[in-house]
Ligand binder design. Structure first.
Ligand code: CA
Length: 224
């Protein structure tokens, strides 16, 4: 496993690197976002540990830029902030999981192993349901001729649902498709994201693509 550690504090970076190399991983270090982007576009990392608080670009920006450049290595974000809006900002920027500082090194190892095991999602061809069109490679969504802007997590959720059209997906299944973290109230996150998705892909067009299945979860209609 080859991991990129993006952290400006040398001591923290060294501790993480030591932990991972002891675990048999190879670890590269980047002290700022520009260096991180440079390395991650050259090297095919199995995972990226990304601190939010960096000089210059924040970890959120770095993550967003990586995704925009087609770098799909799983990102584990390190944050000192445990506010809900920071978690959401991290996930919106395209992170796969996050850890709040201070964290136990054993937990960091476990999360990274889980992310690496999950691997990179396959990027399939364009998925279409009626006039709703999702292009994973371009990370683009269209309804008819209208381009729809989605955050990374909104996109991931919609992609999961569209790939499994017609199936009822529980909140837990949906969360597991796009998130790895285990914090309380996690099923609420899906409701929040579904609400946002509907406001973008359905409400402006008078469609009802995402159905709520009471007591079970959500389903994308097979035929619009
Ligand atoms: Ca830092």
């Amino acid at each position: 496993m080859r991991v990129l550690i993006v952290e400006d504090e040398p001591r923290m970076a060294a501790v993480i690197a030591r932990t991972l190399t002891k675990d048999g991983a190879a670890a590269d270090l980047a002290a700022d976002g520009d260096r991180a982007i440079e390395l991650a576009t050259i090297v095919d990392y199995d995972a990226i540990v990304l601190d939010v608080m960096l000089p210059g670009r924040s970890g959120f920006d770095v993550c967003r830029l990586l995704r925009e450049r087609g770098v799909w290595a799983p990102v584990l974000m390190l944050t000192a902030l445990d506010a809900v809006h920071d978690r959401v900002a991290g996930l919106d920027s395209g992170a796969d999981d996050y850890l709040v500082k201070p964290f136990a090194l054993a937990e960091l190892q476990a999360r990274l192993r889980a992310l690496a095991r999950r691997g990179r999602p396959e990027r399939p061809a364009i998925i279409e349901i009626g006039d709703l069109r999702l292009d994973p490679a371009r990370r683009a969504v269209q309804r008819g001729a209208a381009e729809i802007e989605l955050s990374a997590k909104e996109f991931a959720l919609l992609e999961t649902m569209m790939r499994r059209r017609g199936e009822v997906l529980s909140r837990l299944e949906l969360i597991e498709s796009a998130w790895d973290f285990a914090y309380e109230n996690r099923s609420n996150v899906i409701d929040v994201y579904v609400r946002r998705l509907r406001a973008k892909i359905d409400e402006p067009f008078g469609t009802a693509t995402i159905e709520t299945i009471r007591g079970a979860g959500y389903r994308i209609r097979d035929t619009p």
